[in-house]
Write a protein that binds this ligand. Structure first.
Ligand SMILES: CC(C)(COP(=O)(O)OP(=O)(O)OC[C@H]1O[C@@H](n2cnc3c(N)ncnc32)[C@H](O)[C@@H]1OP(=O)(O)O)[C@@H](O)C(=O)NCCC(=O)NCCS
Length: 163
């Protein structure tokens, strides 16, 4: 799908936003792969995303154009902090405010659930992604080290092909 600059405004008005369901999985996954979001074979399997959406049924959103998913944001919380993951917009539809709108929707949904702060991680080398988060008001914490520990064997699906 090619969208030239003259069509951008028209296209922008055609985008629909709705809560993500598991029926969006295949298209969302394809988009995550295209956009180079860091994936793994367990959490990002259909079963993994289904588990996530069952636990967080009202805070993840998709952007849809002509019945096709062109943007996704996974968002949930643990009762205290909100977490955003796998935000992406189709390369053909960027810089039209879709990412911004998806973030707004996710943050409003978190607020409705009484969540006061939200976090995310972004690969340092992802300059565009980091500039986007900066523009959304997500400040960089330089006083923290991000640490994690795997509780199961997972195969990482390498995001080196970030587009
Ligand atoms: C990051 C991403 C979701 C942004 O989606 P988008 O719909 O293009 O974003 P928006 O149009 O809402 O951008 C809002 C603002 O963010 C900033 N921004 C967005 N992309 C940017 C980029 N590549 N470089 C610099 N600033 C950027 C700009 O300030 C922009 O406003 P402007 O267009 O008026 O200048 C999209 O580029 C993407 O899918 N990237 C690949 C996946 C990714 O990196 N996801 C984040 C993982 S942590």
């Amino acid at each position: 799908m090619e969208i030239n600059s003259n069509e951008r405004k028209k296209v922008k008005n055609m985008i629909e936003y709705r809560i993500m369901t598991i029926d969006d999985y295949e298209e969302a996954y394809e988009l995550w792969i295209r956009c180079g979001n860091g994936l793994n074979n367990k959490d990002d399997s259909r079963e993994g995303i289904d588990k996530y959406l069952k636990r967080n049924p009202s805070t993840s959103y998709v952007a849809v154009l002509d019945k096709k998913v062109v943007g996704v944001i996974l968002c949930g919380h643990d009762g205290r902090r909100g977490i955003i993951q796998h935000a992406c917009v189709s390369p053909d539809c960027r810089r039209m405010g879709i990412g911004n709108k998806l973030v707004d929707l996710a943050l409003d949904a978190l607020k409705k659930e009484g969540i006061n702060k939200v976090l995310l991680v972004a690969f340092k080398k992802n300059e565009g992604g980091n500039a986007f988060w900066e523009a959304q008001g997500f400040t960089l914490r330089e006083d923290l080290n991000y640490r994690n520990k795997a509780l199961a064997e997972m195969i990482r699906i390498d995001p080196d092909y970030v587009k």
